[in-house]
Ligand binder design. Structure first.
Ligand code: BQF
Length: 297
């Protein structure tokens, strides 16, 4: 493998490895108990969401996780969605519950997530689970931050005392990954800066960055002139850009301009095939964890 290939983080193959490790663990677990069971709720016809849900169910199958897809009409009443969630919470045969976001605009996603039992919350979006990250004693960590930590671990990226700059402050990625990397833990102990749309002089801040996590949802916003040589770059973005040469009429790009940034980075995640597959792999781990949790109760 030449050096240009070595520096591209292969999220796809690490994720496949994790899926096969998890499948083995589930095989053992299932013998003493039963197959872990995941419920996935989707409402609305967001085309990206449908692809994501299909990925998750296919991957669950590979792991030996039983999954149940619940497709609700996009004009579903909030109260009806809550009733469904409550039923799943009380169903002893369900280990993990996931509500695919975005929900239709008339439903408040925070209220919906609040209805999920924190012990079945395999996406880790419930305030209880987010609070446990703040406490430094996480239970369910959101899958994307968890996947990023796992990539950092498997690529032996040392975070102790390093300057990490996170671009994006979302509750699903930016804020949890910031906490995890700053935590007193094996893959933490970093000095973390969170940047966002109101940050002044982001270029000045990026000059200090040993590691950059880019999670803003703006196609190719991070360019080579903004990073220092040797930087480790984690690209969380998945953006569709028009491309008439493609069958679908679009292609996927990250928040990072791969072409220019990869020339300066020592390690970089591609899009697709970087963080994305890791997100799905971590969902499998969280589902097994939920099944194990239930056994203890
Ligand atoms: C890849 C997601 C934004 C908003 C809601 C593999 C996925 C994506 C990319 C995937 C994502 C992103 C998911 C690749 C699930 C990750 O090869 O690069 C897998 O399925 N994801 C989601 O469920 O909701 C999202 C991103």
């Amino acid at each position: 493998m030449d050096s240009e290939m070595r520096k591209i983080i292969d999220g796809k193959s690490i994720a496949a490895q994790i899926v096969s490790e998890t499948a083995k663990e589930i095989e053992v677990f299932s013998k003493g108990s039963r197959v872990p069971h995941l419920a996935v709720i989707i409402s609305g016809d967001d085309s990206a969401s449908r692809i994501y849900v299909r990925n998750k169910i296919k991957t669950a199958e590979k792991c030996g996780i039983k999954s149940e897809l619940i497709t609700l009409p996009d004009d579903i009443k909030e109260i009806e969605l809550f009733r469904r969630l409550n039923k799943l919470n009380n169903d002893i045969n369900i280990d993990g519950i996931l509500v695919q976001l975005p929900l239709p605009s008339h439903i408040d996603p925070k209220k919906a997530i609040n209805q999920i039992s924190p012990y079945k919350d395999v996406d880790g979006f419930h305030p209880y689970n987010l609070g446990r990250i703040l406490e430094g004693d996480p239970l369910f960590v959101p899958c994307t931050p968890l996947g990023i930590i796992e990539l950092i671990k498997r690529y032996d990226v040392d975070t102790t005392g390093k300057n990490v700059v996170i671009i994006g402050r979302s509750i699903i990625v930016g804020k949890p990954i910031a906490m995890l990397l700053a935590d007193k833990s094996e893959n933490g102990n970093a000095t973390v800066t969170i940047c966002h749309s109101k940050t002044r002089d982001i270029k000045k801040i990026l000059e200090t960055a040993d590691i950059i996590v880019c999670a803003v949802g703006k196609a190719e916003m991070l360019t080579g002139d903004m990073v220092k040589p040797g930087v480790v770059v984690i690209d969380v973005g998945i953006n569709r850009v028009k491309d008439v040469t493609k069958k679908k009429g679009y292609r996927l790009v990250g928040d990072v301009d791969f072409e220019s940034v990869s020339k300066k980075a020592s390690l970089i995640t591609p899009v697709p095939g970087g963080v994305g597959p890791m997100t799905v792999a971590m969902l499998m781990r969280n589902t097994l964890k939920a099944a194990r949790l239930k056994c203890k109760k």
